[in-house]
Design a protein around this ligand. Structure first.
Ligand SMILES: Nc1ncnc2c1ncn2[C@@H]1O[C@H](COP(=O)(O)OP(=O)(O)O)[C@@H](O)[C@H]1O
Ligand code: SF4
Ligand SMILES: [Mg+2]
Length: 342
C-alpha cells in the first residue's frame, strides 16, 4: 500500500512562561493511500496538537522536531508559502467547531469559492459552479440557495457540512478531521460521519479521524492509534482492538482496555473490515479513575502508571518502548496480562 504520510519521532513542545508543555512527545505513524486511520485518547492527550503539527498551524511558541514526510518530502522543512500550497490541495483539515472556523461576515458560498481560487487557476463563475456542486455532494438541500447564506443563518450540522465542503472542494489527498462531530447531536453526528465515509470512497482520500468517541472509531476506521499523555501507547487494526475485548487470551494496553470498559453497553464485536454501520450510541470516555497528567509535569516511568491497575515498581522508574505483537499491533507496556473475565 502506498504511504502518503509518514510521521517520525514527532515532538511538539510549547514553551510557556510556566514551563515547557510536552504536548506531543515522540509520535510515529503512517497513513496509507485511501485508508481511514483513527486517533483516540482522552482530552489533553495531544491529538489536536499532532494534527496541527502536520499542517504547521501551531502557536508561535511551539517547537516542533522529528519528520513529517508527505510523499517523502519533510513538511517541517517547507517554507510558509510551500505550506500554504499543501494546506487544502494536499492535506486539509476540518475543525471541531464550525462556528469559530467560518467567517461570519461572508456568505458560505464566497468562503468556499475563495478556497478554490486560492489553489486553482479558474474563473469566478467556474468556482461558483464547483462550490455548488460540492455543497450538493455534502448533502445540503437546495445548494444554490445555501450558497448565498451566512453561517449564522444555518444550523450547526449544516455549517459542519459547509466546512467539509470547503475542505474537500480542492480534492485533498488527506483529510484530517479533528472531532468533526463533537459539537453536534447524535443523529447529525451519524449523518456527518456517513458523509465523510461516503466522500472518502468517492474521492479516494485518506482520512485521519481524531475523536474521543470509541463508537466513531469502531464504525469508520480501519486502523486505530491510541494516544496517552503525548505518546502513542497502542496501535492496531480497529477490529483487532474491539474483538480483543471479548477474548480473555488477547493482549491490550491497560489504557485501551480502560477506554473500552468505560462504555460497557455497546457491542463492538460487529467491527470488521467491511465498515460496520455506525452505532447511534455515543458516549464520552470518563470512567478510568484519575486524570491525564499535565504535560508540563510528566513523571518518570510509564506515563499511565498512576492510573494503571497492573503497575509494578519498574513502571514507576522506566518508560516502556512500543513492542510488536503481530504485524500491525504495537503496545507500550511492560506488564501485559491476559484479560480476566471475572
Ligand atoms: N496553545 C497552547 N499553549 C499551551 N499548552 C497548550 C496549547 N494548546 C494545547 N496545549 C496543551 O497541550 C496538551 C495537548 O493538547 P491537545 O492536543 O489539544 O489535546 P487533545 O486534542 O488530545 O484534547 C494539553 O495539555 C493542552 O493543555
Ligand atoms: S508499563 Fe506498567 S504502568 Fe504502564 S501500562 Fe504497562 S503495566 Fe501499566
Ligand atoms: Mg483536541
Amino acid at each position: 500500500m502506498e504511504t502518503l504520510l509518514n510521521v517520525k519521532g514527532l515532538k511538539t513542545h510549547i514553551h510557556t512562561p510556566e514551563g515547557v508543555v510536552r504536548a506531543v512527545d515522540g509520535v510515529d505513524f503512517e497513513i496509507n493511500k485511501g485508508e481511514i486511520v483513527g486517533i483516540i485518547g482522552e482530552s489533553g492527550c495531544g491529538k489536536s496538537m499532532t494534527a496541527l503539527s502536520i499542517l504547521r498551524l501551531l502557536p508561535s511558541k511551539a517547537k516542533v522536531s522529528g519528520e513529517i514526510l508527505y510523499r517523502e518530502n519533510d513538511l517541517l522543512k517547507y517554507s510558509p508559502s510551500q505550506m500554504r500550497e499543501i494546506r487544502g490541495k494536499g492535506i486539509s483539515m476540518i475543525f471541531q467547531d464550525p462556528v469559530t472556523s467560518l467567517n461570519p461576515v461572508f456568505t458560505v458560498g464566497n468562503q468556499i469559492c475563495e478556497a478554490i481560487i486560492l489553489h486553482q487557476k479558474i474563473s469566478k463563475s467556474a468556482a461558483v459552479e464547483k462550490a455548488i456542486e460540492m455543497l450538493g455532494l455534502c448533502g445540503l438541500p437546495s445548494p444554490e440557495e445555501q450558497f448565498n447564506r451566512y453561517p449564522h443563518q444555518l444550523s450547526g450540522g449544516m455549517n459542519q457540512r459547509i466546512m467539509i465542503a470547503m475542505s474537500l472542494v480542492t480534492h485533498p489527498e488527506i483529510l484530517i478531521a479533528d472531532e468533526p462531530t463533537t459539537a453536534l447531536d447524535v443523529t447529525i453526528q451519524a449523518q456527518i460521519l456517513d458523509l465523510i465515509q461516503h466522500l472518502q470512497t468517492k474521492l479516494t482520500m485518506s482520512v485521519l479521524l481524531i475523536t474521543h468517541d470509541l463508537s466513531i472509531i469502531s464504525a469508520i476506521t480501519k486502523r486505530v492509534i491510541i494516544m496517552y499523555a503525548g505518546k502513542i501507547v497502542e496501535y492496531a487494526r480497529t477490529n483487532q482492538i474491539f474483538t480483543a475485548v471479548k477474548n480473555p487470551a488477547s493482549l491490550l494496553h491497560p489504557y485501551t482496555r480502560g477506554l473500552i470498559n468505560s462504555i460497557p453497553n455497546i457491542d463492538f464485536t460487529s467491527a470488521k473490515d467491511e465498515s460496520p454501520p455506525l452505532t447511534s450510541v455515543s458516549k464520552r470516555l470518563n470512567t478510568i479513575p484519575g486524570v491525564v497528567p499535565n504535560p508540563m509535569d510528566i513523571l518518570a516511568g510509564c506515563r499511565f502508571h498512576p492510573r494503571c491497575p497492573n503497575a509494578v515498581q519498574r513502571c514507576r522508574e522506566i518508560e516502556p518502548e512500543i513492542r510488536l505483537y503481530g504485524e500491525d499491533h504495537g503496545i507500550r507496556c511492560f506488564e501485559l496480562r491476559e484479560y480476566s473475565t471475572s
